[in-house]
Write a protein that binds this ligand. Structure first.
Ligand SMILES: [Zn+2]
Length: 425
C-alpha cells in the first residue's frame, strides 16, 4: 500500500505534493510505528539530514540541517513553502517490512525460486549483501523492480530444510523492520525404484548438439544438429508427462556397479561440444523441469565465441548437470598419436576438474571417432565411462567405454522422438 508513494524521484520535484502524501499517511497512523518528518524523504536528493524525530501527533515541522553542498538555499524555501501549504505537517518515515515471502511450506521443488516482496523500494546492494540462506546454496539475484527480489538458487537440495534471512534498507536508508527470516523444506528426490543387481539395463541416452533455430537455412548439417528451443521444450514436457526421470552417465555407472538404484524410466540427456546455447537455452528448460543432463565440454573451447564461458560451465555444474570431457580440441582420436590421445584425455580432465572443483569421470569421443586403443586410454586416464555415436540403448558395465546413444535431429516430430524413447526404454 506504500508502493504508490515510494519512488523518491516524485518527492524530489515538489514539496507541494507532500500535502497529499501527508493526507494519505495520516489515514494510516496505526501502521506507522516510527513517526518522523517528511523532509527525510528528500534528504537523499537534497542533501539534508533529519536530526529530529517526534511522535506523529506532535510533528508540526521537522528540523533540517544542511549537510553541506549547495542545497541550503533550496531547503529554506521548501520549508517555507511547506509551512504555507501544510500548516499541520504530519508525516512519518516508515520502516520497510516484508510484505510476502515464498516459499514457506514443505514439499517445495528443488528448482523453486525464493521470492521476497518489500513494502517499500529497497536499496538493492544492501538487501543482496544481507541475504543469507542455510544450508548455503549458490544462486543469483533477480530484481523484478525495487520491491520484488527473487533469489534463484542454481539448485536446491532434496529433502532439505532451509532457513532464509534478509535485511537491508530502503531507498531512503531505513532498515528493514519486522520479521526477517523464514524457512521451508524441499521435496524428496524421485525414489530409486530400480534396485541394482541387473547386469544390463535399457536406458535411452539421447544426443543433442545445438538447442537453437539454425541460423543458416542452407546449412544442412547445422540444421540436423539444431533442435529448436520449442521442439526441445516439447520433448522435455513429453518426458515429464510420461514419467521419465533424467539421470547422468555417472548414475548409470553406479547402478551397473551395484552401488545404487535408479528412478523409474531413466533417460540420459547428453549435449555435445559445450555450446553457449546449452547455458542460455537448454539449461533453463531443463531446470524448469528439475531435470539433470550431461554436458560434454571441449576444454580448449571454453570461453571462445559460441561456447560456454568458464562461469557458465561452473553454473551448469552447480545446477546439477554432469560435466563430462570431450577432449581439449575436438580432435580425431582414432588417428591421433598415443601421446596426443593421452594429452587430450588427461589435460581436458584436469582443466575441467580445476574449473568445477570435483572429479570429471565421463567422456565422449569427438565425432564418435575412436578405436580399442583409444578406449583403453580413456579407462587409463581415470574416466568411468564414455559415449559413442553408435546406435543402441542397452548398457552393461563391461561396455561402459562404448555406450551407445540415440541422436535427436533438428526438425524431428515429437511423435518420432517419443517413439524412439519408448522403444528404447
Ligand atoms: Zn563433438
Amino acid at each position: 500500500m506504500h508502493r504508490a508513494q515510494a519512488p523518491s524521484g516524485r518527492f524530489r520535484v515538489l514539496l507541494r505534493l507532500a500535502t497529499a502524501v501527508i493526507g494519505r499517511l495520516a489515514g494510516q497512523v496505526d501502521r506507522i510505528a516510527m513517526a518522523v518528518v517528511v523532509f527525510a524523504l528528500l534528504s537523499g536528493s537534497a542533501g539534508y539530514t533529519l536530526v529530529q524525530q517526534q511522535p506523529i501527533s506532535n510533528v508540526a515541522a521537522g528540523t533540517l540541517v544542511p549537510t553541506g553542498g549547495d542545497g541550503g538555499q533550496a531547503v529554506t524555501s521548501m520549508a517555507a513553502t511547506a509551512a504555507a501549504d501544510a500548516p499541520s505537517l504530519r508525516v512519518a518515515r516508515v520502516a520497510p517490512y516484508l510484505e510476502a515471502v515464498e516459499p514457506k511450506t514443505s514439499g517445495i521443488p528443488a528448482n523453486a525460486a525464493i521470492v521476497m516482496t518489500f513494502s517499500q523500494a529497497m536499496n538493492r546492494p544492501s538487501v543482496e549483501m544481507s541475504f543469507a540462506i542455510q544450508p548455503k546454496v549458490e544462486g543469483r539475484f533477480v530484481w523484478r523492480d525495487d520491491f520484488t527480489l527473487r533469489f534463484e538458487a542454481f539448485k536446491l537440495g532434496y529433502s532439505t530444510t532451509y532457513q532464509v534471512e534478509v535485511r537491508g534498507r530502503s531507498h531512503r536508508g531505513v532498515p528493514l523492520s519486522g520479521s526477517r527470516w523464514w524457512s521451508f523444506s524441499t521435496a524428496a528426490r524421485p525414489p530409486n525404484v530400480l534396485a541394482p543387481g541387473r547386469a544390463a539395463i535399457n536406458v535411452p541416452i539421447l544426443t543433442y548438439h545445438y538447442i537453437r533455430v539454425n541460423p543458416d537455412r542452407n546449412d544442412r548439417l547445422g540444421f540436423a544438429l539444431s533442435v529448436t528451443p520449442a521442439d526441445f521444450a516439447a520433448q522435455m514436457d513429453w518426458l515429464a508427462r510420461n514419467g521419465y526421470h533424467p539421470i547422468t552417465t555417472e548414475d548409470l555407472y553406479a547402478y551397473l556397479k551395484g552401488a545404487r538404484g535408479l528412478p523409474g524410466k531413466p533417460v540420459i540427456l547428453t549435449f555435445d561440444d559445450g555450446y553457449s546455447d546449452f547455458y542460455t537455452t537448454a539449461l533453463p528448460i531443463l531446470m524448469s523441469h528439475d531435470f539433470t543432463a550431461e554436458e560434454y565440454v571441449v576444454a580448449g573451447f571454453v570461453g571462445q565465441p559460441g561456447y560456454m564461458t568458464a562461469a557458465q560451465v561452473r553454473e551448469a555444474d552447480r545446477s546439477g548437470i554432469e560435466i563430462g570431457s570431450h577432449t581439449v580440441s575436438h580432435v580425431n582420436l582414432a588417428t591421433a598419436s598415443l601421446g596426443a590421445v593421452r594429452a587430450q584425455l588427461s589435460e581436458s580432465k584436469a582443466f575441467l576438474e580445476q574449473l568445477i572443483g570435483h572429479p570429471v569421470v565421463s567422456f565422449c569421443y569427438p565425432s564418435g571417432k575412436f578405436n580399442a586403443s583409444v578406449a583403453s586410454q580413456v579407462a587409463a586416464a581415470g574416466y568411468h565411462d564414455a559415449t559413442t555415436t553408435w546406435f543402441g540403448y542397452s548398457h552393461m558395465l563391461g561396455d561402459r567405454y562404448v555406450w551407445t546413444r540415440l541422436r535427436v535431429s533438428g526438425g524431428e516430430p515429437l511423435d518420432q522422438v517419443a517413439a524412439a524413447v519408448r522403444s528404447a526404454s
